[in-house]
Write a protein that binds this ligand. Structure first.
Ligand code: GLV
Ligand code: MN
Ligand code: MN
Length: 416
């Protein structure tokens, strides 16, 4: 399929202004965003997004896990919609663009279609997926995973955050447990615009990443149990220090990552020390573990070998380790036809581009299990993301949005 030539342009200033308006919601003093999923701040972001969509005449529906779909009708009501979107939730100390670029970029596509009076053949739906980040309830890609049938709904609703609030309670508290089933419906394709969140595009002076797939991952929850005791009176032989045992596992994660060279990724990002008092030897430590690699086989090997290696690492500490694997997925290739639309759009627009595999997880991973999917990356300053200093230039946002516009338009107008 070849992209038709067009002079139709998205409005880069309007896109930027809306990105900045969304970034006011949950803005942090350091210039980032804290818009944790299903919190009051997330509700404000969702409400603003809904109002913007409704002002365009789009019909917004919300499913049982809070995923939002804003629909623009096409000429042919028998055709399944082309989807685009990303997420509005953020990390606890996140940036303005991780997720928001894909949602607000999709909104700008909708606004441009409206301005130009374009009626596409297929309908187009803009999605805001619930809880992409996973930092509150422990599973990333939660909304898209529930939608795609990866996570059973009762399991999703029962997940609890650090304060004991369940997903179901959080959805109800902000009024976003919608009436529509969180289940896949027939859709023609899915496109997601996102910042790269790494340094490659910037380093190579490319404006567009043509994303061919996303790397493999496995996530665990770890609980180490020792014994609380007095810091001053407990001699070495009587200590069962859960934090010392955790430190050994954390070092193991780092070594397993480094053994895999440039492509290895291994992180402990969350740690809870109980009771967390300076003169109590910690009796319990809870922490997260994740590994990623572009080769599925490496993640499989890590997932299978890590539990026994971790048990061996804590030997002699007097503690026990309980590991739960939360999820695992292999390298997810995207659809060659959709990827090619992105490639062609970048080429036709004269944007320097390269192919790239995503290091981050994205809702596109689960969506692509069911429908043809592609992603568009744009650079970010110093490759920095999951950081309040995350920064992009307005021209980069506009270029990514223009590619999204062209790819979605071509797909929605393709001959059947
Ligand atoms: C999502 O942000 C992830 O890659 O963990
Ligand atoms: Mn993201
Ligand atoms: Mn993220």
């Amino acid at each position: 399929m070849t992209l038709p030539a067009t002079n139709q342009r998205i409005d880069g200033k309007r896109l930027w202004d809306s990105l900045m308006a969304m970034a006011e919601i949950g803005a942090t003093p350091k210039g980032g965003v804290r818009r944790l999923t299903l919190t009051e701040v997330d509700r404000q972001g969702r409400d603003r997004f809904r109002a913007w969509c409704e002002a365009l005449g789009l019909a917004v529906r919300v499913d049982a896990v809070g995923n939002m779909f804003a629909r623009r009708e096409g000429r042919d009501p028998t055709r399944p919609p082309v989807l685009m979107g990303s997420h509005l939730d953020s990390q606890p100390s996140g940036g303005k663009f991780d997720g928001a670029l894909g949602v607000i970029g999709g909104l700008e596509v909708m606004r441009t279609l409206g301005d130009l009076g374009i009626v596409t053949e297929a309908p187009i739906e803009l999605v805001n997926w619930t809880d992409e980040e996973g930092s509150r309830f422990g599973h990333s890609l939660l909304g898209s995973g529930a939608w795609a049938g990866v996570y059973p709904h009762d399991k999703v609703f029962a997940l609890r955050d650090g304060e004991g609030v369940s997903v179901a309670e959080a959805l109800d508290a902000i009024g976003y447990r919608g009436p529509h089933p969180a289940a896949p419906f027939l859709a023609d394709a899915y496109f997601e615009l996102h910042i790269e969140q790494g340094p490659i595009l910037e380093h190579e002076e490319k404006l567009i990443g043509v994303v061919t797939g996303a790397q493999a991952q496995v996530w665990f929850d770890a609980v180490i149990t020792g014994r609380d005791s007095h810091a001053g009176t407990t001699p070495p032989y009587a200590r069962r220090d859960a934090l010392v045992a955790a430190a050994r596992v954390i070092d193991l994660v780092d070594r397993l990552m480094r053994d895999r060279g440039e492509d290895g990724r291994g992180t402990v990002g969350q740690l809870q020390v109980i009771p967390n008092s300076r003169n109590v030897i910690p009796g319990e430590v809870r922490f997260s573990v994740e590994f990623r690699h572009p080769a599925s086989a490496e993640v499989e090997r890590l997932a299978d070998e890590f539990p026994a290696l971790a048990q061996a690492a804590i030997a002699g500490t007097g503690c026990t380790l309980d590991l739960t694997e939360l999820f695992r997925f292999g390298l997810q290739p995207f659809d060659p036809g959709c990827v090619d639309l992105v490639r062609q759009a970048a080429r036709r627009l004269g944007y320097p581009a390269r192919e790239i595999v995503s290091g981050a997880g994205h809702d596109a991973v689960y969506v692509s299990r069911l429908i043809p999917t592609a992603m568009i990356f744009t650079p970010c300053k110093d490759g920095l993301s999951h950081n309040e200093e995350e920064s992009i230039r307005p021209e980069e946002a506009a270029a990514g949005c223009q590619v999204l516009f062209e790819a979605v338009l071509a797909r929605a107008n393709r001959e059947r």
